[in-house]
Ligand binder design. Structure first.
Ligand code: KIV
Length: 270
């Protein structure tokens, strides 16, 4: 996907959208050649790449730096970047400064968590010509208020509020909506009610697409195994095995071989 209009087209064609997170140029180069529709520079970068305990530690500078790195590797693929906590709650000027930095770094769109209390900010950003993706359900920037990473919308009152927020975000102009860790039936109902695509994470198969953290998909996030996660590679084991062979070759003086060394008579060829 290269354009925001592709999200509507996929929805209209009933074609599920695949997304993963991406935080750096070398993964971006690989993802540019992989059959993944779009990428998210998620504020999970603060946890996955910087080792912070939650996404509250992400900053505008961090998001802009990683967005620029991703753009240098991803070609023309569609890039969405998170507005970090609490920029969209600081008022229009702060929100627009964050949007400015992130879009100039190379994003095609921004993602904003939640709805209540900042729908006017979402409307203003959309009205300024910047595509906005919504994010409801488990919104990790509110982890302290939620008392941990828990499934949201389990009782009918909470479920109804998420449905109302989803409709309000669509009305405010978002082009797609991430639904994180809500019951599959609720996600299916919201997906049916909206004209924009929903992108699920831990929200069942009836969303308009799915997103996961790249390191989780590849089995690189040691010890992280929530119920919804399916890993498609044992990346950490493969890394360790490869590095073990490298170490053995060094210790046994098998690396580098003569072919991997610059010898006097061949040096002029390089
Ligand atoms: O920051 C993030 O990684 C996200 C997800 C939806 C995976 O927001």
């Amino acid at each position: 996907m290269k354009r925001v209009t592709d999200f509507a087209r996929f929805r209209a064609e009933g074609n599920p959208i695949s997304m993963v997170t991406c935080y750096d140029a070398w993964s971006a180069r690989i993802l540019n050649e992989a059959p993944i529709d779009a990428v998210l520079v998620g504020d999970s970068v603060a946890m996955v790449m910087h080792g912070h305990p939650d996404t509250v530690h992400a900053t505008v500078g961090m998001m802009a730096t990683h967005t620029a790195a991703v753009r240098r590797g991803i070609g023309e693929k569609f890039v969405v970047t998170d507005i970090p906590f609490p920029e969209h709650r600081k008022g229009l000027t702060a929100a627009m400064e964050a949007v400015d930095a992130i879009m100039k770094a190379g994003a095609n769109a921004v993602k904003i968590e939640g709805a209540q209390g900042h729908l006017d900010v979402v409307r203003h950003i959309v009205g300024s010509g910047v595509p906005v993706m919504g994010h409801l359900g488990l919104t990790p920037q509110s982890v302290h208020q939620m008392g941990g990473y828990r499934v949201q919308g389990r009782d009918s009152h909470a479920a109804h509020q998420i449905e109302l927020d989803a409709l309000a975000l669509q009305e405010a102009g978002v082009f797609a909506l991430v639904l994180e860790c809500v019951p599959a039936e609720l996600a299916a109902r919201i997906t049916e009610a909206l004209t924009i695509p929903t992108i699920g994470i831990g929200s069942g198969v009836h969303c308009g697409g799915q997103i996961l953290v790249l390191q989780d998909v590849l089995g690189l996030n040691l010890g992280f195994k929530p119920k919804f996660l399916r890993t498609y590679a044992d990346g950490a084991d493969q890394f360790k095995a490869a590095l073990g062979r490298f170490d053995e070759d060094i210790k046994a003086a098998r690396y580098p071989s003569p072919e991997e060394s610059f010898l006097n008579e061949k040096i002029s060829n390089h």
